[in-house]
Design a protein around this ligand. Structure first.
Ligand code: HEC
Length: 264
């Protein structure tokens, strides 16, 4: 679809083309979220963008260079059209690099890929990164505009704040007491995260993390636990058979715990 679009007059309007690409990638990201585990979904969007970039080189940039070399060898004036289109393709590739870099490292951020609106955040972060790239492009032309980086940094901070887990004000009846929460951790996490794991795959607590007592749970950090439980990364491969309701209850308890730790 990208390859078709760049051969139409749409390419002449930068903003319209950017909007088209954003819609295309959002749709791809939503499908990826639907089809794959959250941990792998961003990667598929990254692979798609990477394919577009490789396509730009193979189908536009390299042929234009060959045409140029050929024209010079034959001693004739080169046709400017392929060169202009190649320049546009390389500009697109240039703006896509930072979003792709973010996707490459996104596996370290379960709070982003595991968020219920992860596609929205992926697009917001990708667009901000592409905007930040503009600073470097201007600088290559001798224009230094630090305001771009400041705005990009503020946007990222805004995204981080908007993504924080929402705490519901009313403590519903479903909310766990500390004691029942602890039982849940012992049942679903301590089979691995304990001094003597009962899971046959582990002879020591993975990641050096013990989740058998409330102080240990607080030491691990409610926010950190929240993000791995929310993303579905933990319990690992759900080997301890955690139910959806239990996951929801644990998340609610952890969100409360993040606000008032050590409240025993
Ligand atoms: C089947 C074994 C197993 C179970 C059950 C399990 N974990 Fe883990 N956990 C692991 C392994 C293995 C790692 C190390 C993986 C890694 O470093 O990416 C780990 C790492 C972690 C980490 C550190 C990862 C990070 O990125 O900070 C946290 C936090 C965590 N587990 C929380 C939990 C919680 C909470 C539960 C229960 C809901 C749980 N785990 C259940 C095996 C397990």
């Amino acid at each position: 679809m990208y390859e078709v679009a760049i051969r139409t007059p749409l390419r002449k309007n930068g903003w319209a083309f950017a909007g088209f690409l954003l819609i295309l990638l959002t749709a791809a990201s939503l499908l990826a979220q639907d089809w794959f585990a959250p941990r792998g979904a961003f990667m598929h969007v990254g692979a798609l963008i990477g394919t577009i970039m490789v396509g730009n080189v193979l189908l536009g940039i390299m042929p234009a260079q060959r045409e140029l070399v050929k024209a010079i060898a034959e001693g004739r004036e080169p046709d400017p059209a392929p060169a202009l289109l190649a320049k546009l393709r390389s500009t697109h590739n240039n703006y896509l690099t930072l979003p792709v870099l973010f996707i490459m490292i996104s596996n370290h951020y379960p709070q982003i890929y595991g968020h219920p609106h992860s596609s929205l955040w992926l697009m917001a972060i990708g667009a901000t990164a592409a905007f930040a790239r503009h600073f470097f492009n201007l600088r290559h032309r001798g224009i230094v505009r630090p305001s771009i980086l400041v705005v990009a940094a503020l946007l990222l901070i805004g995204i981080a704040i908007a993504m924080m887990p929402q705490h519901s004000e009313e403590q519903g009846e479903a909310a766990l007491t500390d004691a029942t929460a602890l039982t849940l951790f012992q049942a679903r996490c301590a089979s691995c995260h304990s001094a003597q794991p009962t899971d046959p795959l582990f002879s020591a607590a993975p990641a050096g993390l013990f989740l058998e007592t409330l102080p240990q749970i607080d030491a691990a950090g409610a926010m950190r636990l929240h993000s791995v439980v929310q993303s579905g990364y933990m319990p690992l491969a759900n080997r301890s058979g955690m139910q959806d309701v239990e996951r929801q209850q644990m998340l609610e308890w952890l969100a409360g715990r993040a606000r008032e730790p050590l409240s025993e």
